[in-house]
Design a protein around this ligand. Sequence first.
Ligand code: AHG
Ligand code: MN
Ligand code: MN
Length: 336
Amino acid sequence: MRQFEEGTTLDRYLMETTRERYPEASGKFTALCQSIALAGKMISARVNRAGLAGMLGGTGDVNIQGEFVQKLDHYANLTFIRALEHGGHTCLVVSEEEAEPVAVPSQFHSGRYIITLDPLDGSSNIDCNATIGSIFGIFRRRSPEGSSASVDEALQSGRDLVAAGYLLYGAGTLLVLGTEFGVQGFTLDPSIGEYFLSHPNIRIPAGTTYSTNEAYQRRWNPGMAAFIERMKDPARKGNARYIGSLVADFHRTLLKGGVFLYPSDRKNPKGKLRLLYEAFPLAFLAEQAGGAATDGRTPILDRMPKSMHDRVPLVIGGSDLVAEATQLMATDPNEA
Ligand code: AHG
Ligand code: MN
Ligand code: MN
């Protein structure tokens, strides 16, 4: 496979990989990624001046998940939908912030891709300036493009993902993109508004860090409790890190190794995280980077969603630790 050098722009990477593999390609996938990258630039700019722009705090609304909507959740959702709807590449957007899939308006061409989206992940970290992000998955529709796509078409297995990725709004802004060509990280140079390849061909290294919300220990199931106890054995040289933004905890796991766990427990027997727009995209990236992701029993990507906002337990990271945790958790209750 062609190796790309640091400093390659996102556009060049997209054009060269697609042209090499699919000489007949229409350029729609490239255009879709460019639209996502543009939304990322707009949200990043807004995040950077959130305290100044009156963008902190809630809108006063509660979303379909029963969670308070932050102003940045709302802005990020609208920004993505506006960036995606007119390019002729997208037919449906499945968003955490929308009760139903959003179809491309009839005046625009209804394209071939379905996008699943967590527009702003880590909402509880917005007001304290900690790292947040946006997560996306890309599926291909089964019906012909040009007509409107049915809602059911958004419910595909994780193995049907064409690509997935996330934007990270931290000390810098990064776009991490996983395709059949592997996982690449691009850093936004805000002075010129361009993304450059900064993390070529990411592979999850061996690591000993575990990442979970230990405040929930008393409601954990036995397998989960046993796994975390093992990680505390000094012989394992374990280490704990938990930011509370899935996208940031996953990014660290991708670069440094280890495992992230948001299991089912007595309060959330189905887990908390959402399958279509949180677990699927990150599981795709983990597998592409040589890691693994399970729901405590089976690989995440083998799951078939029953509805748009399904929740799922998530164990994700280096394959050895994910396998060990999964083995211990195999008999834990899991209603997902
Ligand atoms: P979102 O901000 O999109 O609603 O997601 C929040 C999620 C995820 O980012 C994080 O891993 C998790 O909530 C943290 O949950 P706890 O506060 O229960 O640890
Ligand atoms: Mn989220
Ligand atoms: Mn969110």
